[in-house]
Design a binder for this molecule. Structure first.
Ligand code: GAL
Ligand code: MG
Length: 980
């Protein structure tokens, strides 16, 4: 341990002197093998406050002690080493395996009273996770080294500590190392001990590992490995086990074969237990049936030396042809990529927080998780087993910046193999894990093949995927990926592959539909293709979280745990903001690319979640002749545990409800039934919704939680334009602008929206700016009055040609009709929108509309917003995406009112379902880096669009499809404005 000796000289420490942070061959030293035995019961928690100091480099002498919280990242505590965000650029320039000279190194120290009753026992230190290199000393003695920031490291302290005595544990964590080069994931860089630290004791005779394998016929096989601290095993040990109280049978044939083959060893004990469960309840994401398995290790006298408890699920996974089957069924993977994340604590997450993550995913129809890009906190898998998720468990290997250089580099072989092997040894008993992943974005090389070899030996029961290999040929049998798992492949390419006759493997995208900002356009089209194309089975949306870190605005520091409660509904409280790349003063960073999730940093669902929920709906509703057809879209169960209610929304007649009975149909089955309402003759356009809710309390949602709202149209709108009437002339000013008591700014043409992240990164925004669409100037060409009406012609000049905009104002009963047309010249291909924008006076704070809602929707993200009568406060219509951008739109709006507390205001009726937005912000107001910098207007900014560009996903992946682009040529729309 480094520190001044009695003479004041500096004592070299072997763990430091070796410079293991620049030695990729050194993956560990003194570390115990990974295993699946559960040691949580009876362990001593060492979490809490530790002495802490942050050294400028691993070989710097000790300085001044402060305090730090374990588990926790020091980058979010009171240090000067703050979080830094880079996508794939390494934050320093050195070539692997070098690390920078300035290398923050956290030294954690505390005393531990080793229980006296542990005398004679084997004592183990467990460090849940430390990034990126962990050096362990106890009482000044070097004990061990570990790498891999997302898996636990255990060290045998039996020879180092004395029961009944106090020991000093020192954990040195070096931030930058050779390992950083293969932990180059797209996320914040942190340093610290990010998962719990424990001390536990076992009998000298102990279970070294337990592996459970199940089959859907009810067969359970449990393989046990037994060791003794002294090396040699005593005579007469045995294992026993039970499953939900029913005893397991020792596999004597296994013992005999071992004996005959001479495999029986004096220091590695092996035994196999088994049973066949009659009428077994199968595990699946829809039916997460678990059985409790207890395994006991006995001494010769029968007494119990050690035991472990697991929950097992009976399920089988298999790739057959181009289908990935779970229990023989071709299930869809409605997945998301999930990082361990929390806005206050970085990568330190609690059981309750992970439960909340999975509950929200379950409520919104997700059934699969890829643990991007490392094994997530171990409790996540317990929860996935329990709540029902298919997990792609991914190893902590991402060499992104130096992917190609490291894939074949023999110096890194040990690290690749080590990370994959340890993941499998930790997680293979979890039924939720259905696929292993070798890592992310690390090219493909011998190191992957080496890791896969080890993996398949440890677990022949699950398929292996690796995008870096799959991209060398989706159908190529020679690359180490059982699944074609591309990222961001255009759906047309996936369909073409499936139809080509060449497909040999299931196609499940490991990442698709990038959720940065206002995004996920065409998700429904994607799923329509998946569900209609054999060979396509789903994918994993990128990603779950917007990784905004809660930051205090006044001093720019992370709020840390002290920020608890300083946010709600996706918004940081006053004085705070969600920090993204660059906000901690980093000069090398990748900005808001870290904010690309389907939930805000506080887990508030973004509007896309509702879109997904409907796409994943377990219940589908269609018209069938004069009646209706209800289909069960589940794979393994009927429509049990669901309740439903009918809702009939009439454009001119409010909403009627009636109780609904869900039919008893098997998975995939359907039933027809009559329309539950007699449609009144008046009432206009009519939409029937089946509101499906949970019928019982589920572990992920209370009874009555909305599950989906499938909808059919029962009657179209009857077009009945208002006839012009006589009355006072429509008033326009000299510039031809409508004069109206409730308008603070008259309707003019709008071709622009505040660029979304997709617009910016996809290059559209730059083109729109080059055309000047963000600052159009209006030139009046003519104002012609005829009777009570007025026709105004205006022109908007752009470098790509002139846009002619005509408005015809006519007096209609109770108000004014505005008929508009805009001619876009050929050069103005693909603008953001064509429509009118106006601003109201203050005091109109409530929007009520008939159209799609209640949540935000856009032309290519509108499958999940049912048509109905909706109502919201204007302040709540805007979605607070981390980087301000176009937001708050509602698709398919037929009419709306904006009113004040006295119910006066204005009413707008549209000629056809249109994209409408009502917010406190003009598009130009949104030019701010963060949501908290926006200054809302007192009036409402209203957009009525004849055409609005789809959102697409061009920030990373395909843009929207051609059908959702705004075309050149003439656009026409009209609307009527009345006073309420
Ligand atoms: C992928 C990568 C992810 C993330 C995403 C973009 O290429 O695997 O880690 O960077 O793109 O947000
Ligand atoms: Mg990457």
């Amino acid at each position: 341990m480094p520190g001044p000796t009695a003479g004041g000289a500096y004592a070299p420490d072997p763990l430091i002197a070796l410079r293991p942070w620049e030695a990729p061959e050194v993956t560990s030293w003194g570390r115990l093998p990974m295993n699946a035995v559960d040691r949580r019961a009876g362990a001593l928690s060492l979490d809490g406050d530790w002495r802490f100091q942050l050294l400028p480099a691993p070989d710097a002498p000790d300085g001044v002690w402060a305090r730090a919280e374990v588990p926790g990242a020091w980058t979010l505590q009171d240090t000067d080493d703050l979080p830094q965000y880079t996508n794939f650029r390494m934050p320093w320039g050195d070539v692997p395996p070098a690390s920078p000279a300035a290398n923050p190194t956290g030294v954690y120290e505390r005393e531990v009273d080793v229980p006296a009753e542990w005398a004679g026992r084997r004592i183990v230190l467990h460090v849940g996770a430390a990034e990126s290199v962990l050096l362990v000393h106890v009482d000044g003695r070097p004990v061990g080294i570990s790498k891999d920031s997302h898996l636990a490291a255990e060290f045998d302290l039996s020879e180092v500590v004395r029961p009944g005595r106090r020991a000093t544990v020192r954990l040195t964590v070096v931030k930058w190392s050779d390992a950083s080069h293969i932990e180059d994931q797209d996320q914040w860089w942190h340093g610290g001990i990010t998962r719990s630290v424990l001390l536990y004791a076992t009998d000298p005779l102990y279970l070294a590992d337990v592996t459970a394998r199940t089959r859907i016929d009810g067969e359970l096989r449990v393989d046990c490995q037994v060791r003794h601290a002294a090396g040699t095993l005593p005579e007469g040990w045995s294992v026993s086990g039970e499953l939900d109280g029913r005893p397991l049978t020792p596999d004597t044939a296994f013992d005999r074969a071992n004996m005959e083959d001479g495999r029986v060893s004096g220091f590695l004990g092996e035994a196999r237990l088994g049973t066949l469960v009659p009428g077994v309840r199968r595990w699946s994401a829809e039916t997460p049936e678990l059985y409790g398995l207890t395994v006991r290790l006995h001494r010769a006298d029968g007494s119990v030396a050690d035991s472990t408890h697991h929950r097992v699920g009976f399920r089988e996974v298999e790739v057959r042809g181009r289908d990935l089957l779970v229990n023989g069924e071709r299930v869809y993977f409605r997945g998301v990529n999930r990082h361990d994340f929390h806005p206050l604590t970085g990568r330190t997450v609690t059981y309750a927080e992970m439960h909340a993550d999975l509950a929200v995913l379950k409520r919104f129809g997700f059934n699969a998780i890829r643990t991007a890009h490392y094994p997530n906190d171990p409790s996540l898998l317990d929860l996935a087993d329990e709540l029902g998720f298919y997990v792609v468990d991914e190893a902590n290997i991402e060499a992104h910046d130096h992917a190609h250089e490291l894939a074949d580099d023999p110096r890194w072989t040990a690290a690749y193999v080590d990370r994959v092997t340890r993941m499998v040894l930790r997680d293979r008993n979890h039924p939720s894990v259905v696929v292993w992943s070798l890592g992310n974005e690390s090219d493909y090389g011998a190191n992957h093949d080496a890791a896969a070899g080890r993996l398949r030996r440890h677990d022949p029961t699950r398929p292996v995927q690796y995008e870096g290999a799959a991209k060398q040929g989706w159908a190529d049998p020679t690359v180490v990926s059982d699944i074609a798992c591309p990222m961001y492949a255009p759906v047309e390419e996936c369909v073409a592959h499936a139809l080509s006759g060449e497909q040999t493997k299931p196609l499940i995208q490991c990442e698709y539909s990038h959720a940065m900002g206002n995004s996920n356009g065409t998700l429904a089209d994607h799923w329509a293709a998946i569900e209609s194309t054999p060979g396509l089975q789903g994918g994993f949306i990128w990603e779950f979280w917007d990784h905004g870190i809660l930051q205090r605005v006044n001093d720019g520091r992370p709020a840390g745990r002290g920020g608890a409660g300083q946010y709600a509904d996706g918004v940081a409280a006053p004085g705070h903001r969600w920090a993204y790349g660059g906000d901690f003063g980093e000069t090398i960073h990748d900005g808001a690319f870290i904010a690309d999730g389907i939930v805000f940093p506080d887990r508030t669902p973004k509007p896309v979640m509702y879109e997904h929920r409907e796409i994943a709906a377990p219940v589908r509703l269609e018209r069938a002749g004069d009646g209706l057809r209800i289909t069960n879209r589940r794979h393994f169960r009927g429509l049990d545990r669901l309740a439903a209610e009918w809702r009939l929304a009439l454009a001119d007649g409010g909403t009627l409800t009636a109780p609904a009975e869900l039919p008893d149909v098997p998975p995939g089955g359907s039933a027809t039934l009559p329309v539950p309402f007699d449609l009144p003759d008046d009432g206009g356009e009519a939409w029937l919704t089946l509101r499906v809710t949970t019928a019982v309390d589920e572990p992920w949602a209370p009874r009555g939680t909305e599950v989906c709202v499938p909808q059919v149209r029962l009657r179209p709108a009857a077009a009945a334009p208002d006839a012009a009437v006589d009355g006072p002339p429509v008033e326009v000013d000299d510039a031809g602008l409508l004069v109206h008591p409730l308008l603070a700014a008259a309707p003019v043409l709008s071709l622009w929206r505040a660029p979304t992240d997709n617009d910016e990164l996809g290059g559209m925004a730059a083109r729109w700016r080059a055309w000047g669409l963000d600052r159009l100037t209006r030139e009046v060409v003519s104002v012609r009055r005829a009777g009570q009406g007025v026709t105004v012609l205006a022109e908007y000049g752009t470098p790509a040609g002139v846009v002619r905009h005509e408005q015809v104002f006519t007096r209609v009963p109770g108000g004014v009709r505005v008929e508009e047309s805009a001619e876009l010249p050929d050069g103005l291909e693909d603008v953001a929108r064509v429509g009118s924008v106006f601003e109201t006076v203050a005091g109109l704070d409530v929007l009520e509309w008939f159209g799609q809602g209640p949540w935000e929707s856009y032309p290519d993200r509108s499958a999940g917003a049912p048509v109905g009568h909706h109502r919201a406060r204007v302040d709540d219509l805007f979605t607070p995406y981390l980087r301000p951008q176009e937001s708050g739109g509602r698709h398919g709006v037929r009419n709306f009112t904006l009113s004040g507390p006295d119910a006066t205001g204005l009413a707008v009726a549209l000629d056809a379902p249109r994209q409408v937005s009502v917010t406190r912000f003009a598009a130009g107001d949104l030019a701010a880096a963060h949501h908290d910098e926006l200054v809302p207007r007192i009036g409402c900014v209203v957009h009525i669009d004849a055409a609005h560009r789809g959102l697409g996903t061009a920030s990373c992946g395909p843009d929207t499809s051609a059908a959702y682009l705004v075309r050149t040529g003439t656009h026409r729309w009209s609307w009527t404005l009345r006073l309420l």
